[in-house]
Design a protein around this ligand. Structure first.
Ligand SMILES: [Zn+2]
Ligand SMILES: [Zn+2]
Ligand SMILES: [Zn+2]
Length: 189
């Protein structure tokens, strides 16, 4: 059995997989269903095809709120199906998911996460990545991107990529880390 620390009825941290669902119990199946629904709509709207491979890759990424590297995705898919896909086919599927806007890249980690935030229009978000559990939380970042555009334009720079990422501890890890560290001390021989 996986060890876990019960904090209260709502907050449990799974010590071997603390990232899942921000360490909070929630119906992640519902997150996956709505993410898949948005993916179908996004692909349809852009006249792109959500092929079975693209859907499998998306489901793997959307299986948690964590940022995953391409090789993590490949490994997880191989463990499930017993068949190892060529990295290039997974990269192509990820490219299509990025183009459809249903998966985003963490530039500083070259990792990918499924978008669980309905973006209003073209609103851009800041990706906050937990350094402990890899959970990604998207928060509105319109002001930051506007400031980058204004500052670039002011010096005549043509901006083609604007990235806003933050690293630190998600709310669960910030709350639970002292407890987990204490538990580690108790369980270490
Ligand atoms: Zn979820
Ligand atoms: Zn998003
Ligand atoms: Zn965390």
């Amino acid at each position: 059995m996986t060890p876990s620390v019960q904090i209260d009825r709502l907050h449990t941290i799974d010590l071997q997989n603390p990232g899942h669902g921000h360490g909070e119990r929630h119906d992640h199946g519902a997150c996956v269903v709505s993410a898949l629904e948005r993916a179908r709509t996004a692909f349809g709207d852009k006249g792109m095809k959500l092929t079975p491979l693209r859907q499998r890759v998306f489901e793997e990424i959307a299986g948690s709120h964590d940022a995953l590297g391409a090789y993590d995705i490949l490994d997880r898919m191989a463990r499930k199906s017993g068949e190892r896909l060529a990295p290039i086919s997974v990269y192509r599927a990820i490219d299509a998911l990025l183009a459809a806007g249903v998966v985003h890249r963490i530039e500083s980690k070259n990792a990918f996460y499924a978008c669980h935030a309905p973006h209003q229009g073209q609103e851009r978000h800041i990706a906050l990545v937990c350094e402990r559990c890899q959970t990604v939380i998207e928060v509105s970042g319109a002001d930051i991107f506007a400031a980058m555009e204004t500052a670039s334009a002011a010096c005549g720079f043509k901006l083609s990529l604007a990235v806003a990422e933050g690293a630190g501890l998600c709310p669960s890890c910030a709350t639970l880390l002292p407890i987990v560290l204490a538990t580690d001390l108790v369980t270490q021989p």
